[in-house]
Design a protein around this ligand. Structure first.
Ligand code: FE2
Length: 465
């Protein structure tokens, strides 16, 4: 039956934009800090063509929105990630691939699935990669934001690549994983600081699961085997391929960075789902993980009915895994809902004093009306409210180039004003969370809500020229 209701993910500021623009110097309210020099780039879904069937927010073609800042001035540009599927659909003038809520396509003449490259960005080995968890990353030229193409590490990457690889700021190594519907359900890889894919090892899991993120410490890698499972057998019985199984535990696998399935240690805690980790670190005999935990999730279900009134609501939690005793201690750090956790990534894998999340608005949609800074040592937090009818997303921490303190830097996010239907880049001094933003860069085109971004420093940009 045809439905006339507008899909909320194609409406308002979730709706795509189709113009790719490059601007001259933009108007700024406030003042861009002279020490803030580089480029903020954010990825997100932006369907090029009218979707086939039901559209899910995770389906849209990746579009990058970048603001380059130098000498107190800013310019903006947005570009699609020109993936192979994007090019085919552009030539066809219509969508060729359906999305994750539709049954598998039997009539698609292309023998590969669509990699929309729409989720996140990572800087490693002197280049920017646009990521999506089901396929290879795409190399992106900066500051142009042009797509170079799929990046497969000299042919060594022949499986999926998480949207959230982790770069160790000390060694420069990049850890990533890929999950699969068929065994081995999980593969774990390490790329050297120089960009060589050094090794890949399989990690055994009892079932195929959707694994969106993971974490690293100085010596360990932590995988999250959470009960959002895929089952072909279940699908053959006419039940959903993907299901949150609340009677299965959450399993956290801690493996030495250079270890493998033979020395991974598994810890169990009650069923939950975690999209994103804030950070992890080692302390005495314990490995500590901080992440946004939901009791359960229906985010990827065809029938989006959530029986659990506390399901789908992410809150910051901490787990302590004792490597000596095997004990697990799970604790909620704040009951205020929020997602998109980030730290100062110069300290990723080490104990940080501060963590930042986007505060969830009271809405059935994933809207975020503030930024919260946590002092993890005292448990205190401060909130930067974005203002009435103004919604943002993930805030990336851009460190001050000569910072002497962990929180010396800026939180950067795009904000949409629903009253004016305008978009801005909002820059908040991370040491003055309750103050006004130091700068609001007015973007002359709407920037749809999206997923993850990154800060590319001036030094990194200059090295590409
Ligand atoms: Fe993500």
């Amino acid at each position: 039956m045809q439905t006339t209701a507008v899909n909320p993910y194609l409406d308002g500021n979730f709706a795509p934009v189709h113009e790719e623009i490059s601007t001259d110097t933009l108007k700024v309210i406030g003042e861009l800090p002279p020490d803030l020099s580089g480029m903020f780039v954010r990825n997100g879904p932006n369907p090029q063509q009218t979707p086939i069937g039901q559209y899910h927010w995770f389906d849209g073609d990746g579009m990058l929105h970048g603001v380059q800042i130098s000498n107190g001035k800013a310019t903006y540009r947005n570009r699609y990630v020109r993936t192979k599927a994007w090019q085919i659909e552009q030539q066809a003038g219509k969508a060729v691939w359906s999305g994750i809520l539709e049954p598998p396509q039997k009539d698609n003449s292309y023998n590969f699935g669509k990699n929309p490259a729409n989720t996140a960005l990572v800087w490693h080995d002197g280049q920017l990669l646009a990521t999506w968890e089901g396929g290879a990353p795409h190399a992106i030229k900066v500051p142009q934001l042009d797509t170079v193409g799929e990046y497969r590490y000299n042919g060594k990457l022949v499986y999926a690549f998480t949207a959230h690889p982790k770069v160790d700021p000390v060694t420069g190594e990049m850890m990533f994983f890929g999950y699969s519907f068929a065994p081995p359900y999980l593969k774990y890889s390490i790329v050297s600081a120089e960009g060589e894919l050094l090794r890949t090892v399989p990690i055994e899991l009892p079932m195929a699961v959707m694994m969106h993120d993971f974490a690293i410490t100085e010596n360990y890698t932590i995988f999250m085997d959470l009960p959002l499972t895929f089952s072909g057998e279940r699908m053959r019985r006419g039940e959903p391929l993907m299901m949150f199984e609340s009677d299965r535990p959450s399993r956290f696998g801690i493996v030495p960075r250079w270890g493998d399935n033979s020395n991974i240690r598994w810890f169990e805690s009650p069923a939950c789902y975690i999209f994103h980790t804030l950070n992890a670190y080692e302390e005495g005999d314990e490995v500590v993980l901080i992440a946004c935990r939901m009791n359960s999730t229906t985010v990827l279900m065809t029938e989006d009915t959530q029986p659990d009134p506390d399901g789908n609501i992410p809150r910051l939690h901490q787990w302590r895994f004792n490597l000596k005793t095997g004990a697990v201690r799970e604790e909620m750090l704040d009951d205020v809902p929020g997602e998109f956790p980030r730290v100062n990534e110069q300290l990723l894998g080490q104990k940080t004093r501060y963590g930042y999340i986007a505060k969830s608005a009271k809405s059935s949609m994933p809207l975020f009306d503030g930024l919260i800074k946590y002092d993890l040592s005292s448990g205190k937090s401060q909130t930067h409210e974005l203002g009435k009818g103004r919604y943002g997303g993930e805030a990336v921490f851009a460190p001050h180039p000569s910072a002497t303190e962990e929180d010396e830097g800026w939180l950067i996010t795009y904000v949409h004003d629903t009253t004016e239907d305008t978009s801005e880049l909002v820059i908040v001094n991370a040491q003055d969370m309750t103050g006004e933003p130091v700068a609001r860069v007015l973007i002359p085109q709407r920037v749809p809500y999206g997923f993850h971004g990154t800060w590319v420093s001036r030094e990194q940009l200059d090295a590409c020229l």
